[in-house]
Design a protein around this ligand. Structure first.
Ligand code: LIP
Length: 314
């Protein structure tokens, strides 16, 4: 990047770079899954000894591949990656350009061959998410966006694909996830929310619930317009940063997934996300957000104490 470049020009340069990087990473993921589906091993490891939070050697290899390529190309930029943080590196978040990467979002799907697996590459500048690329190499679907440049599927098809008025939560298709915290204090509250969303008597009786097993792909489905709402508590900044930009550029909003009713854009480190698709008016999006907030309990998603710490150092 040269100083005379304007913001959109360098964002376009970063975007082209991230798209190529995601496709190259996708080749590694695709090869690994093909090998596994022919009887190979996934070499599954457990993160923090949690049997519900899987990591594989492919997650680690793909993250190293992405990190090396980023560091060689943009040596002054910072890096936050799922596996780097899991290995105990501190999360340092500054105004410098910072790449926030999940090498495989949907690791459990990767292990089972369920085809909702994505590499997620986000970028913040001045602490604001400005660029996102989410690539599913199994379905060959690439979602990309940069601030002010629009959001696209496979680089040419503008998002959202589908658009209709947002009327009421009862008419919504809602994505959510079980997540990796299976303690009953957390799980019971999530199941209660799902029950309230689906129940007829005293509930919302929404159209239905979906779960792809990938936060990034859930949010990209909202960007596409085929899912109206996505709510998750407990996933991480690397799961959502790229997809937040894609959804925002597709006309959607992402606010806090707790019950504080904060209408401003979500803090990417909050681990509580509520995404609403594009609609003809902001007030109809906020109506859906408030209807969700009406039923959301307080769920603990504090950042665990692990070697190196997980609180972002700012
Ligand atoms: C996963 C998320 C998923 C969430 C899991 C986990 P991973 O990411 O995308 O939506 O429910 O807790 O965070 O671990 O496959 O990168």
């Amino acid at each position: 990047m040269t100083p005379i470049m304007d913001k959109q020009t360098y964002l376009k340069e970063y975007l082209d770079f991230a798209i190529k990087l995601s496709k190259d990473a996708g080749v590694i993921i695709k090869k690994a899954i093909d090998k596994r589906m022919k009887g190979g091993q996934a070499n599954i490891l457990l993160k923090y000894d949690n049997p519900s939070d899987l990591v594989t050697e492919t997650d680690q290899a793909v993250e190293q591949f992405i990190k090396d390529r980023l560091t060689n190309t943009y040596p002054t930029h910072r890096f936050i990656g799922e596996e780097t943080m899991a290995a105990g590196t501190e999360t340092i978040f500054t105004s410098e350009p910072t790449w926030i990467v999940d090498p495989i979002d949907g690791t459990t799907n990767f292990v089972h061959g369920y085809p909702f697996v994505a590499v997620s590459i986000g970028l913040t500048i001045d602490k604001i998410p400005v660029l996102g690329v989410v690539y599913n190499p199994l379905l060959d679907e690439l979602y990309s966006a940069a601030k002010g440049l629009g959001a696209f599927l496979n680089q040419t098809i503008p998002l959202p694909l589908y658009q209709s008025p947002l009327i009421d939560l009862s008419q919504c298709l809602i994505a959510t996830e079980a997540g990796s915290d299976r303690s009953s204090g957390v799980l019971d509250k999530k199941i209660d929310v799902i029950h309230t969303l689906l129940r007829r008597t005293g509930g919302v009786e929404a159209h239905s619930i979906r779960a792809t097993g990938s936060a990034a792909l859930n949010m990209c489905s909202v960007a596409k317009g085929c899912v109206d709402v996505y709510w998750e508590v407990g996933c991480w900044e690397w799961d959502v940063t790229a997809a937040i930009v894609i959804l925002q550029e597709a006309g959607g909003i992402v606010v806090s997934g707790d019950n504080q009713r904060d209408e401003s854009p979500v803090n990417i480190f909050s681990r509580k996300y509520l995404a609403i698709r594009a609609a003809d008016t902001k007030s109809s999006q906020l109506k859906i957000a408030h209807q969700m907030w009406d039923i959301l309990p307080d769920i603990d998603a504090s950042r665990p104490s692990v070697p190196g710490g997980f609180e972002p150092l700012v």
